[in-house]
Design a protein. Structure first.
Length: 115
């Protein structure tokens, strides 16, 4: 039954080898999320490639994507603005560096203000 799972073989077109066995790539294990006291977060402002608009970036988060998204949601809710969490960093719309640093330190994270 496992060899007839066509969704896992979408990249294979055809093999003429009669002994061919398709091997699925196992997903890498998720990064273990460090406790808040061991996280070293840097909060800085960025204006590049954003049509002159300012955004606050939170960089240095070590952990799973789900935990990063949960932290981003908390920050966005407390600040009352929009944003996103991807590629290991949180983007918050607007210049809210001081507020984000105070929120993160209040949650127990080691956060410092960048530029």
């Amino acid at each position: 039954m496992a060899q007839q799972d066509w969704k896992s073989r979408l990249g294979v077109v055809y093999s003429t080898n009669p002994d061919f066995q398709y091997e699925t790539v196992q997903d890498a294990p998720q990064a273990e999320t460090l406790p808040p006291g061991r996280q070293r977060l840097v909060v800085r402002i960025d204006r590049r490639q954003r049509a002159g608009k300012q955004v606050t970036l939170v960089e240095g988060f070590v952990g799973s994507q789900a935990d990063l998204a949960a932290l981003a949601k908390t920050l966005k809710t407390k600040c009352g603005v929009g944003g996103t969490a991807k590629d290991g960093e949180i983007t918050i719309q607007g210049d809210l560096r001081d507020k984000v640093v105070s929120l993160l330190t209040g949650m127990g994270y080691n956060a410092k203000r960048g530029n």
